[in-house]
Write a protein that binds this ligand. Structure first.
Ligand code: SAH
Ligand code: SF4
Length: 384
């Protein structure tokens, strides 16, 4: 990324830097390396993330000479959208093609005066949780910071909310799309920084949520650099079952994970914040009222709220979604034990809008495979 003013022409043969993914610090450094003033970064950040401008020649306050110099070494490249689908309930889903040929998806879920965007961090996932279709695809690669923040850019653009003053815009972001965000640490942290950066999207830390299946050393590191809201994918009340559902548990068992979450919360200035515990309910596997009691016991003294997610079936899985009654029974046990418990609402049914599940429809059209049946559920996390 280093660009020295004397070497710009020879740099032109190199891959241009995608300014879309640079944080404020990185952008300032970039301009300094170019022999330019650091404050140029502020102007460019605003053009990209406030105005939605991707053509450097349109960045009128940069001056012609600087624009020309910049165009030799940099670009602003948003994600390549392969398809956009709208549900009758307002949920909107994009399939995005990334360099190297993979596809990721992004889902926008409006609810009242909010709109939550579910963002992907990797193409596939290496952690292979037994109930997750993303995991079944294996791991292809990490997304760059530009590809991650670009998903936010796309969603805001679709609302026509850049510059226009349109009040409909993205109000919350959840890192719950494809991939394990903590295994793509630097790029995810950079993208989340831009989500919260005033010169970019200016979201409060409460409205940016990272969901992890429990990569403990990375979570410990996150506590040192970030203040985003934390969701942890628990899915089981004991190690024996969690080892089966979430294989990374064999490396970082529940007690160690909960301790790491505690440390994360302890590092936050605002002591009123809590962890969101995600629990995907699978019929006959982890949805028995006895398991709800075990969960209530496990989380005693752990500052959290619980989000129950009825399982989304897909063709490579024999798991089943529990009945509405089973979900209610599980919920009731936890509520009676004094927890705040939400049940993730089904959204975007008609466009198969499950966060984190690369959708079969896109793949089917190319005739390559129909393995990944679309999910039905969109993510609603009530952060903020
Ligand atoms: N890797 C991170 C974030 C992406 S998964 C994590 O595991 O937390 C986001 C959420 O979707 C997780 O809570 C995960 O358990 C849930 N999920 C994955 N597959 C699902 C399925 N088939 N049905 C219901 N929820 C699922
Ligand atoms: Fe990866 Fe999360 Fe799916 Fe597990 S649930 S395989 S960590 S994306």
């Amino acid at each position: 990324m280093t660009v020295n003013s004397g070497t710009i022409e020879s740099d032109a043969s190199k891959v241009p830097v995608n300014l879309m993914g640079l944080t404020r610090d990185q952008m300032e450094q970039f301009f300094e390396d170019m022999g330019e003033k650091r404050f140029r970064a502020q102007q460019v950040l605003k053009w990209i993330h406030h105005a939605g401008i991707t053509q450097i020649e349109e960045m009128s306050n940069l001056g012609k000479a600087l624009r020309e110099k910049l165009m030799l070494v940099a670009e602003v490249r948003p994600p390549e959208i392969v398809s956009q689908q709208d549900s009758s309930d307002g949920t909107r889903k994009w399939a995005i093609r990334v360099d190297g040929g993979g596809l990721v998806e992004t889902v926008l879920i409006p609810a009242g005066n909010r709109a939550t965007l579910c963002v992907s961090s990797q193409v596939g996932c290496s952690l292979d949780c037994s109930f997750c279709s993303t995991g079944k695809q294996g791991f292809q690669r990490d997304l760059s910071a530009a590809e991650i923040i670009g998903q936010v850019w796309v969603a805001i653009k679709s609302y026509d909310a850049f510059q226009s003053g349109n009040e409909r815009t993205v109000t919350n972001v959840v890192m719950m799309g494809m991939g394990e965000p903590l295994l793509n640490f630097d790029n995810v942290v950079a993208a989340m920084e831009l989500m919260m950066e005033d010169l970019a999207y200016g979201l409060s830390k409460r409205r940016v949520t990272l969901s992890t299946s429990g990569v403990v050393p990375a979570l410990d590191r996150l506590a040192e650099v970030s203040e985003v809201s934390l969701a942890v994918s628990l899915h089981a009340p004991n190690d024996e079952l969690r080892n089966e559902l979430v294989p990374i548990n064999r490396k970082y068992p529940i007690e160690i994970l909960l301790e790491s979450c505690r440390n994360y919360m302890a590092a936050q200035k605002d002591k009123s914040r809590v962890v969101t515990v995600e629990y995907t309910l699978i019929a006959g596997v982890n949805d028995h009222p006895e398991q709800a009691r075990e969960l209530a016991n496990l989380l005693r003294d752990f500052p959290c709220k619980i989000n129950l997610i009825p399982f989304n079936p897909f063709s490579l899985s024999d798991y089943r979604r529990p009945s509405g009654n089973a979900v209610s029974r599980f919920w009731q046990v936890l509520v009676d034990a004094g927890y705040i418990v939400t049940i993730r609402t089904t959204r975007g049914d008609d466009i198969s809008a499950a966060c984190g599940q690369l959708v079969g429809n896109v793949v089917d059209r190319t005739g390559r495979s129909g393995r990944y049946r679309a999910g039905r559920e969109a993510e609603i996390i009530t952060a903020g």
